[in-house]
Structure formats: structure tokens, C-alpha cells
Design a protein. Structure first.
Length: 343
DNA sequence: TATTCGTGGTA
DNA sequence: TTACCAAGAAT
């Protein structure tokens, strides 16, 4: 089966977009004919596997602090990592700095407009390179994200394997950037993963999935892997008004982020293994549970008071922990500690 | 190609 | 409460 009159899809979708586009801070305001590549790039990276609702306030704060490539290229990487705290997938933040520095040092402060050149920049994969090329520079590019995959799978009643070719077949030469954003708005609000609103869809008459009577069957869902549970210990070591923080290794989970010290994350609770100091550790009554993409982590909290700030790391004022840029799992632990400390 | 990389919203 | 999953990239 295939979509009916595929040449009519792009004009219809663009007309729908002109009337229904979401207003988002990284989109050019109505009437403006220029889109800032820096803002397009930043938003696309922030939006990788991250919801619009989560990104919106972070995007605004980010562009206020680092308004362009030059500012970000000159930033302290530690400050950038802290500013990203809570957004997840922290390699994105490190790649943002790397990319801004490449733009500054090798491209004269401007993004290359060519999709293939964009694809070579740190943190830009097939999707993001195509999106920037189309949205920021008006070039025709085939932009394929999870929304586009789902929409074309339904339009053509495809199993998902031909997504790029099908997207290519309906992408127009003009307004490719608007077309990409229209596909994403459609996927986000109408052609949703569950319970699609077909009666509101401007492409319903073209949709083989709708005609089949079960559009939700496209694309087929993948089997999910079970999440193992790992156990660990978070160490809360105080000295005076401060608590001990460490910097996690650059690679791997929460790479490069400031953190509370932890021992190993293993199948059985590791107790006081790899404690940062020899001290009179006591156990907090609560257990911290945090779910990552591929495992669930159960953490016990051990606390102690040190006579002096001797253990290696950074001693951070407890009252200012909110400014430390801790990933969510450690922010949870800090909240639990402060709840008990304050009664 | 399959895994590893976070987090918060939603049903 | 659990499970799903959202504008993916790197290895």
C-alpha cells in the first residue's frame, strides 16, 4: 500500500503549518525572514530526546547567558556542564562547546551551510545536520526524526524500514525547513504515537494507515528490554558548612559532571566500599531510586562529619548546592539529606 | 547493528 | 505504579 497523491502532501502540510505552527522561542517570529543558525543549532541539540516543555526555559536562559557562537566558544567548559545539569545526555553539553570552538576557529565564526560539512561537526548526526541545513539555511534536506518516521510509516503503511526514502519522496524543494518543522508539529500534536487525532489531520485523505483502520499499528513497536537493578552508596561528607563534591570521569554515565562521591554501582548493595574518607558513617533512613535509560539505580545514603576539609575533591557550601550543577540523581540525594538535617 | 548515554511528562 | 517515550549521537 502507498499514500494517495503523494505530490499533494507537502502543499497541504505547509498550508496547515501556516495556520497551526507552534510558537517556539527558537523559531523566527512571524514575518521575520532570518533564522539565527546559533539558535537553531542550540535548540536542535537541546531537543534531542528531550521534550519541548523541558527545553523551553533552558533555551531562554542559555541564550541570555551565551547569545552566540563566540560567547559559547569562550565559555568555561565547567560552567557549560553546570548549566546543562538536569537536561540529561551530558555529552551534548561537551559537544556544544567543542562545536562552538570549531565554528570559531575553523569556520570564521559561522556555521557551514552544507549538510555534509555540518554532519562532521561534534554532536551533529544525520538528523541534526539535515535539520540545521533546512531550517537555518533554507536548503533542501531530508529531515528524519522519530516524528517523521512515524508520520511516513502511517502515510505509506510502511513497517518503518523505508522512512528515509519515503520522507525524501515527499520533501519539497522549497520551504524544506518549514516542511520539516511541520512534520514534527504534526507528529507531536496530531499523528501521535498513541491515540492519533486522525480526524484533525490535514493528511488524512492521503494516509494509507488511516485507510487501513489501524494507524497506530505503524510503525511496529520494538520489544523492550527489561531493566536490571543496580545498587550503590552515595557519600555525604560534611566539614563545617561544606559538603564534599567530586568531578566524574569525562566519559561514561554522567560524564564530566560534578557529583557526590559514590562507590561502585553493582548487583548487591556495596555498603561503605570506596568511601571517600575513613569516618564514622551513618545511614540515612531513605533510599534514593533513580531510573536511567537501561537500568534502575537504588542508592543508600551514608553521611559523616569530617574534622577538616581534607578528602580530595571540591568542598561546596551546603546552602549553595543548587548552584553546583548536580545531575538529578545527586540533587535528589542532596534534597533527602537537607530534609533530614532540617527536620 | 546494538548499546550506551538522562530526564520528566503522561496514561 | 509501571511503562512508554520525546526534534538522536557516538561507539
Amino acid at each position: 500500500m502507498s499514500a494517495k497523491r503523494p505530490d499533494d502532501i507537502a502543499p497541504k502540510l505547509l498550508a496547515w503549518y501556516d495556520a497551526n505552527a507552534r510558537v517556539l522561542p527558537w523559531r523566527a517570529p512571524p514575518g521575520a525572514n532570518a533564522t539565527d543558525p546559533y539558535r537553531v543549532w542550540l535548540s536542535e541539540v537541546m531537543l534531542q530526546q528531550t521534550t519541548v516543555a523541558a527545553v523551553r526555559p533552558r533555551f531562554e536562559a542559555w541564550v541570555a547567558r551565551w547569545p552566540d557562537f563566540a560567547a559559547l566558544a569562550a565559555a568555561d567548559e565547567a560552567d557549560v556542564m553546570s548549566a546543562w545539569a538536569g537536561l540529561g545526555y551530558y555529552a551534548r553539553a561537551r559537544n556544544l562547546v567543542a562545536c562552538a570552538r570549531v565554528v570559531a576557529s575553523e569556520h570564521g565564526g559561522r556555521f557551514p551551510e552544507d549538510e555534509a560539512a555540518l554532519r562532521r561537526m561534534p554532536g551533529l548526526g544525520d538528523y541534526t545536520a539535515a535539520a540545521i541545513s533546512a531550517i537555518a539555511f533554507g536548503r533542501r534536506a531530508v529531515v528524519v526524526d522519530a516524528n517523521v518516521k512515524r508520520v511516513v510509516a502511517r502515510l505509506f503503511a510502511d513497517d518503518g524500514g523505508q522512512a528515509r526514502a519515503l520522507a525524501d519522496a515527499i520533501t519539497p524543494d522549497a520551504r524544506a525547513g518549514d516542511f520539516a518543522q511541520a512534520m514534527m508539529d504534526l507528529g507531536s500534536g496530531i499523528c501521535t504515537s498513541r491515540a492519533p487525532k486522525c480526524l484533525l489531520c490535514p493528511l488524512r485523505d492521503h494516509c494509507a494507515g488511516y485507510a487501513s483502520g489501524d494507524p497506530e499499528a505503524y510503525p511496529p513497536r520494538k520489544a523492550k528490554a527489561a531493566k536490571p537493578v543496580r545498587h550503590g552508596t552515595i557519600f555525604w561528607l560534611e566539614a563545617g558548612p561544606c559538603v564534599l563534591l567530586v568531578r566524574r570521569p569525562a566519559k561514561g554515565l554522567l560524564g564530566g559532571m560534578r557529583a557526590l562521591p559514590t562507590g561502585p554501582w553493582v548487583a548487591e548493595p556495596p555498603g561503605l566500599a570506596e568511601a571517600p574518607a575513613d569516618a564514622a558513617w551513618g545511614w540515612h533512613p531513605e533510599t534514593i531510586t533513580h531510573v536511567f535509560t537501561h537500568f534502575r539505580l537504588e542508592l543508600r545514603l551514608a553521611s559523616a562529619t569530617a574534622a577538616a576539609q581534607e578528602a580530595g575533591g571540591e568542598w561546596w557550601p551546603v546552602d549553595a548546592l543548587d548552584s553546583a550543577g548536580l545531575p538529578t540523581v545527586f540533587a535528589k540525594a542532596a534534597d533527602a539529606m537537607r530534609r533530614v538535617r532540617c527536620g
